[in-house]
Design a protein around this ligand. Structure first.
Ligand code: G6P
Length: 611
């Protein structure tokens, strides 16, 4: 997490950087800072949001053509003015911004303390810039060489940018494990954690790879690696519209992204699924698709909402491909020496493509010989680059920290992969295949229909906005939806919520049910409908307050529920894409009514690039 932005060129650097930091605020928002060359190397930083920093610097003379800025999500040291980035070196002639963790900072710090260094913060980052300067003084070398030497000695993950008082046209950036994009403009350069602060000025970018160092000096970009090998910058043109990263009239990004789902699901299927010809293709899979067809087992690794998408995919793959599937939390998988055999295929699911645990799980499985597929949203991010093959979700930038449109797009891609495999494997009838294809095409319209219930859901939210707990229950394909509904609520409204398989409720959560407990049933007409009806009775018998998501036309469950939300019918395996929508809206409205910052919930970050 943490967002970094840097600029050198003919514009006022502070304007470019502050605007860029606001775009990156989803990556972290507990403090922010900026360093400029305006009559000296000056750092301005503040605890809180970028707007606090903006107020703080207002009215000051900030004229500088070069600068670096940072928005922080604390790892080492609590959020405070001191711990905010940028950080100075010992002589205050260098400044750094950093995203990531330097794991061996403590031993480096001990050495520096012995040499008499004093530190103004508790951060690993400040140690890092002192260490770079120490090397430069010792080796009497150019700054880029000192940075390179320092990087060969640090352990951990980083994306850094360094600037210097002595060299007013120099920016040095490097990455390992944390993303960094260089924007190449006309006589100007930008650097950022992702392309969103850059696209307003240029769509020509260079994605740095791990262990690469970018040196921008006197209007020239050079790239080398930490082994000192010069590399040719690979400039790509990115296709990202400014309006995709703006709120477009909605009060929050989250609401905009919920409402974008009919479009994002369509975009995800565009050119890939065609019911007229019965054609389903995913270009990125072609070369490796037989690995999936012949897989003995599929391991899905992911975190958070992406993990929930993986759980839905488990049901889908097992039903139609008849391949055993295990869905793993990337953070657990990577550390428990899992059994990975020849014939196992790993699918990594990630919106950002930068989640540190998912990335590490991929590397570990790759080292054990597994073939890895990626299902990611952010084009050019680290995970797609680390996998053998994969498919993008094409949902467009997701800025709200709570994931919504990425989830439905992930389901769309995972379903398409499973259908391709099932067809090739012969584990699905042509009729069923076609039926699913046609219904996939109908999903965006059905999502649109659910979005029309926004006002009704707002009324329900009003009724429950003061609740202290919530339970979400579902079975079969709707069980992961229950988990996702509960996660959305806790993430943004800070109400404690549990998602559970409806039948498993009897083995514990039922003890929590009393007349104050809202219980959300995802109770659409599917294979487990009758069973869910019994589970609703169990809750009612204990006076729980039942809110049910039902299939249009259901007459039984509405009689047993205090509130009912009707969604259009669809095939069971596709229902999660429809039934999750009211749950996204319910959490959104509850959070807004509670005065929570839905786009930037406390303690969370959009992409967790530290483990
Ligand atoms: C963070 C975000 C979640 C997200 C999870 C996995 O915790 O707040 O919304 O689901 O990371 O992120 P990924 O980018 O890998 O899908």
């Amino acid at each position: 997490m943490c967002g970094i932005v840097a600029y050198v060129g003919h514009r006022k650097a502070s304007d470019v950087i502050i605007k860029g930091l606001k775009r990156l605020e989803y990556r972290g928002y507990d403090s922010a800072g900026i360093a400029l060359l305006n009559g000296g190397l000056n750092i301005y930083k503040k605890k809180g949001k970028v707007s606090e920093l903006e107020n703080f610097i207002q009215g000051q003379n900030l004229d500088s053509h070069i600068g670096i800025g940072h928005t922080r999500w604390a790892t080492h040291g609590e959020p405070s003015d001191e711990n905010a980035h940028p950080h100075y070196s010992a002589t205050k002639k260098l400044a750094i911004i950093h995203n990531g963790i330097i794991e061996n900072y403590s031993s480096l710090k001990q050495d520096l303390l012995r040499k008499g260094h004093q530190f103004a913060s508790e951060t690993d980052t400040e140690v890092f810039i002192h260490f770079i300067e120490d090397i430069q003084e010792k080796e009497n070398c150019p700054l880029d060489e000192a940075v390179r030497l320092a990087l060969t000695k640090v352990v951990g993950a980083y994306a850094i940018v360094v600037m210097s008082l002595a060299e007013p046209d120099l920016l040095i950036a490097a990455r390992k494990g944390s993303p960094l994009v260089v924007g190449v403009g006309k006589n100007e350069f930008f650097m950022a954690s992702d392309a969103t602060p850059i696209i307003e000025y240029t769509n020509e970018v260079v994605y740095l790879n791990d262990q690469e160092i970018a040196v921008i000096n006197h209007g020239e970009l050079k790239i080398k690696n930490t082994a000192n090998l010069p590399l040719t910058p690979y400039i790509q043109t990115i296709d990202l519209e400014l309006e995709a990263i703006e709120k477009g009239g909605y009060e929050h990004f989250m609401l905009k992204e919920i409402f974008e789902q009919p479009r994002s699901i369509r975009d995800c299927m565009r050119g890939r699924l065609d019911t007229h010809t019965g054609r389903l293709v995913l270009g990125g899979l072609r070369e490796y698709v037989n690995k999936l067809v012949n897989a003995d087992r599929i391991l899905i690794v992911a975190c958070g909402t992406s993990w929930h998408a993986g759980l839905v995919a488990e049901y889908f793959f097992e039903e139609f491909c008849r391949i055993p599937v295990e869905v793993e939390y990337a953070s657990e998988f990577r550390y428990r020496n899992p059994v990975i055999r020849e014939g196992d295929v790993v699918i990594a699911v990630s919106q950002s493509g930068e989640t540190a645990d998912t990335l590490a799980a991929i590397e570990m499985a790759k080292a054990k010989g597994a073939i890895i597929f990626g299902v990611c949203n952010v084009v050019g991010s680290s995970i797609p680059r680390a996998t053998h093959a994969g498919a993008y979700t094409h949902a467009g930038p997701e800025i709200g920290v709570a994931s919504t449109k990425a989830f439905t797009a992930q389901l769309t891609v995972l379903n398409m992969i499973a259908l391709i495999v099932a067809q090739k494997k012969g584990t699905i009838t042509e009729q069923k295949f076609h039926e699913l294809l046609v219904e996939m095409e109908n999903i965006p319209a059905k999502v649109e229909q659910v979005l029309k219930l926004n006002n009704q859901i707002q009324t329900i939210a009003d009724e429950f906005k003061q609740a202290r707990n919530f339970i979400y229950l579902g079975r079969g394909y709707n069980f992961p939806v229950a988990l996702e509904g509960a996660l959305k609520l806790k993430e943004i409204s800070y109400i404690h919520a549990e998602g559970y398989p409806a039948a498993e409720m009897k083995h514990g959560p039922i003890a929590l049910i009393d007349e104050e407990m809202p219980v959300v049933f995802i109770a659409t007409k599917d294979a487990s409908y009758e069973k869910v009806v019994s589970n609703i009775q169990e809750v009612k018998a204990r006076k729980g307050r039942v809110i049910s998501i039902v299939t249009e036309g259901d007459t039984l469950i509405p009689k047993m529920s205090e509130f009912v939300i009707e969604v259009p019918a669809t095939l069971d395996p596709l229902m999660p894409m429809v039934s999750v929508i009211p749950l996204q809206l319910l959490s959104y409205h509850i959070a807004v009514m509670r005065g929570c910052n839905v786009d930037q919930p406390r303690n969370l970050a959009k992409s967790v690039t530290v483990e």
